[in-house]
Structure formats: structure tokens, C-alpha cells
Write a protein that binds this ligand. Structure first.
Ligand code: SF4
Length: 473
């Protein structure tokens, strides 16, 4: 089935699919909603699904808070700080809600799922609480709240993937889009709330993913990022059990839509980065040579407490394998400092794995104990805050050195850059990314017809820790 789809034209493949066009005429809408998203890319992709569901019900999106009849916050629960940010934002909505009769406030996402109806007790101005698997019930919940009731649906699902809903693209550059391919996570990393707030893993129908990517390409997008909490454990079996689609096969199908469509993916668990995935990446130039490979800790003892299912030696061998099959591949990571019982030796192991892996960049945090997780139930959060912060500082300093070294090594090289738009610093410069996901800024050339969504060859002449600086060739 997937092979036939790879050769089908756009129109043939859309037969029977109730695809909503991107955005309806805003004046068609009877009411307006404003949505603010926090946390991971999955949440931002979910907000686009929510926008499509509300659009179908006659609600139009607005970026102006004061114009909204409905305000939604798509929340994150990965760290305590993320939840504090949401609570602070809700207090800022209080005045607005008091000033606008009938205005409703709703919370979506992982914090809504974690707190459930308790959210209504803790935050009185909240009218609607909806978990990540219950967005289809939003129209009913909104009319319930419009009738003065508090409305809650936090049921997790074993099969919901919103496969038939065409997301309404919010706030993006028209060049690059997220496409969620699976939901939930079956790994039970001891520090993580995701399995409790997003439920069990389920992979989306492969043909609906290919249709969405082809649709994006035909609407001018030139890059898709395949999304999942644990994207590389994607495994789809069609309803007759006839066909199975692995992550590698799916990536190949999406890459075959057009060599002009770049394919990225996020986030991987190291254990699922197979040789099949790496060789598929090597076969397709438009599958970007960049892997986000969260390590979390460099100490095997801590990795066991985290239930990460691999050792430091195994992880370093995986980095070697990636570089063997994809020598030019960029690698980034996630690192937690100060996990329960972490000693200076464990911290030193983390710094050593970072130096060994030569990450281009990393997301680095101190351990934040999350209610209901395995770690919270089994271990004591015993590392003093100042020690956590000092270790994080050392990790950040090392990563800054590694990022600068990696960028300096690119000086003199030429990269094919996908132009995303004007650089933040100056509209005289273009900003884009190379295959390794590095940001490259370069001056526009007078008289050039280049525009966002075009590819350009750029030679790097300098860099900062975060950006490569180049010239068009
Ligand atoms: S792989 Fe681990 S850290 Fe990532 S979402 Fe799943 S449980 Fe959380």
C-alpha cells in the first residue's frame, strides 16, 4: 500500500479524504479563539489540530488576545518551572476575563492531563480542561462551558492519532512544518511524566502521513519534521494486518515525495536508532543528516536509575555507528544534571560522554522531581539545589565550547541552505539551515530572485557559538 501511495498524484490520493483547506475566510467565523502553546514540538503540532477542530465548528483563530472569545493554553508538565509559567500566565488572563462577558478559558496538554479536574479547583478562572487525546470533544466541551458548566475530558486513548484531521498551520514560516506521526510513549524513564500525560504509544496511519506531507509540499512547504515523543519506534500495521510500516520505510516514503522536500525527525530514543534508519538516511540526500539523541546522563549507574535501558558504553558505540554510516551527521542531546544520588564521579562521566560525542548543541536542565513518576515514588531528590546548579553550569560551559568548536570546523565549507526567511538581526540578511540543522545567516544579493523556501549554496567564512556566517556562491 505504501509503495502505491508513493507514486500516486495529489488528487488521486485525496479521494474520500475530508481534507480541510488550510484557512477559511476569517469573516466566516462566529467566534474567535486564541491559543498559546508551551513545551515540546508535539504540543505546537497539537495546537494546530485543535485549531482545525475549532475551525470546523466556526471558530476562527486570532493572534489578538483581546479579540478572543475563547482562550486556550496548551500546557507542558515536563518540569515544575513549566507548570509555574502556565499558572502565572493564567493570572494575567484574569483581568481580561473579568472585562469580557462570556469569555472562556481552557487548558490543554500535559498539565491538564496530570491535574485533571483538580485544575478547576486550583485555578478558578479555568472553564475547560482537556487532555491530549480528547481534543475531538472540544466543541461539546465549549458548548457545555458556554452554558455555564465547568467542562473536563482527560480520557487517554489507545488509538487516537488525529490522522484524519488536517492541521491548521499556526504561526509558521510557510517553509517548514511539523507532522506528528505517533503519540504517547512506552518507555518508562523514571524521571518523566510523558507516559502518564500522553499514554501508550500508537503509530498513525502511514498513508495519512504521506498525504499530509505531499499536501504541504504542494502548498509550498519545503521541509517536514516527523514528530513523536519517541519517533523512531514508529511501527504501523494496517487494519488487515497485511502491511507493516517501520520508521525507516515511512521516512523513505516521505523523502520520495520530492527531492526538494527536506525530511527531519524528532525526538529519538537511542535504542531505536537502528542501522535500517541510518542506511535509509544515507540513501536520501533530502533526509537531513541530523539526529537528536538524548543521553540524559553519562553514568551507567544513573542511567539504570533513570531506566534509560542503555549503558554509557552502549550509547558511545551508537554515536560511533552514526558517524560510521553518516560521517557528516550533526548530533544534539538532552542532559539532566543532579538526578537522585548523582555523585561527582557520575557528573564527570556525563561531561566525558558529551566531549566524546561532540554535540553540536544540547538541551540542558537540572533534575525536577515530577509527581507520580517512578523516580518520585522510589528515590529521594537528594542533590542540593546549589550543587545541581553548579553541575548544570559546568555542562553548559562544556556544551558552549563544543558548539563553538563544531561551528569553527565548518569555516571554509559550503552548505546547501533552505532559506526560512529574514535573519532576526537584519532584513538585509537571509536565515536558513543546513542539513545538519545549523543556522546559517548570509547577506541577500541585489537583484537575486531568491525567496523563503528556496535552496542556496552558501560558503561559511565565520561563526559564533550558535550561528554560521556565510556568503552566497
Ligand atoms: S522516552 Fe523517556 S523521556 Fe522521552 S518521552 Fe518517553 S518516557 Fe519521557
Amino acid at each position: 500500500m505504501i509503495d502505491q501511495l508513493m507514486n500516486k498524484t495529489h488528487d488521486e490520493s485525496r479521494q474520500g479524504e475530508a481534507y480541510a483547506p488550510f484557512v477559511r475566510d476569517p469573516n466566516e467565523y462566529r467566534k474567535r479563539f486564541y491559543i498559546e502553546s508551551y513545551g515540546c514540538q508535539m504540543n505546537f503540532a497539537d495546537s494546530e489540530v485543535v485549531a482545525a477542530i475549532l475551525n470546523q465548528e466556526g471558530y476562527g483563530a486570532t493572534r489578538e488576545l483581546t479579540e478572543a472569545d475563547l482562550i486556550f493554553i496548551n500546557t507542558c508538565s515536563i518540569r515544575e518551572k513549566a507548570e509555574q509559567t502556565v499558572r502565572k500566565r493564567l493570572t494575567e488572563f484574569r483581568k481580561l476575563k473579568e472585562s469580557k462577558k462570556g469569555m472562556l478559558v481552557g487548558v490543554l496538554g500535559c498539565m491538564a492531563e496530570r491535574l485533571k479536574a483538580q485544575f478547576l479547583e486550583e485555578e478558578k478562572l479555568v472553564d475547560i480542561v482537556v487532555g491530549p487525546d480528547a481534543y475531538r470533544s472540544l466543541p461539546a466541551l465549549v458548548s457545555e462551558a458556554e452554558s455555564g458548566q465547568k467542562a473536563v475530558n482527560v480520557l487517554l486513548s489507545r488509538d487516537e492519532t488525529y490522522a484524519d484531521i488536517s492541521p491548521v498551520r499556526l504561526d509558521n514560516n510557510g517553509v517548514s512544518a511539523f507532522v506528528s506521526i505517533m503519540r504517547g510513549c512506552n518507555n518508562m524513564c523514571s524521571f518523566c511524566v510523558v507516559p502518564f500525560t500522553r499514554g501508550r504509544e500508537r503509530s498513525r496511519d502511514a498513508s495519512s502521513i504521506i498525504r499530509e506531507c505531499r499536501d504541504l509540499f504542494e502548498n509550498g512547504y519545503r521541509e517536514v519534521t516527523l514528530l513523536g515523543q519517541n519517533v523512531d519506534s514508529y511501527y504501523y500495521v494496517d487494519e488487515n494486518g497485511q502491511e507493516t510500516v517501520t520508521f525507516a520505510r515511512l521516512m523513505e516514503a516521505v523523502a520520495s515525495i520530492s527531492p526538494l522536500l527536506r525530511v527531519r525527525f524528532s525526538t529519538s530514543h537511542p535504542k531505536d536508532i537502528t542501522d535500517e534508519v541510518l542506511y535509509t538516511m544515507a540513501r536520501h540526500e533530502n533526509i537531513c543528516k541530523y539526529i537528536h539523541l538524548p543521553v540524559q546522563s553519562g553514568s551507567t549507574r544513573i542511567l539504570q536509575l533513570m531506566n534509560r535501558t542503555y549503558t554509557r558504553e552502549w550509547y558511545m558505540a551508537k554515536v560511533d555507528r552514526i558517524r560510521e554510516i553518516l560521517p557528516e551527521c550533526g548530533i544534539s542531546s538532552d542532559i539532566i544534571a543532579g538526578f537522585c544520588t548523582e555523585e561527582e564521579k557520575d557528573h564527570a562521566d556525563t561531561l566525558a560522554v558529551m566531549a566524546y560525542s561532540r554535540y553540536d548543541m544540547s538541551y540542558m536542565f537540572i533534575y525536577s522531581e515530577r509527581p507520580g513518576t517512578l523516580a518520585q515514588r522510589r528515590y529521594t531528590d537528594d542533590i542540593p539545589e546549589p550543587v545541581k546548579k553548579r553541575r548544570l553550569q559546568e555542562i553548559v560551559e562544556l556544551q558552549n565550547r563544543l558548539s563553538l568548536e563544531s561551528n569553527r570546523a565548518d569555516i571554509g565549507k559550503t552548505f546547501t541552505v533552505l532559506i526560512e526567511g529574514d535573519s532576526k538581526r537584519s532584513d538585509q540578511d537571509w536565515m536558513g539551515r543546513n542539513s545538519q540543522n545549523k543556522v546559517i545567516v548570509f547577506p541577500k544579493k541585489a537583484g537575486s530572485s531568491l525567496k523563503a523556501g528556496d535552496y542556496a549554496d552558501v560558503r561559511v567564512h565565520d561563526c559564533t557559538q550558535a550561528t554560521l556566517l556565510g556568503n552566497l556562491i
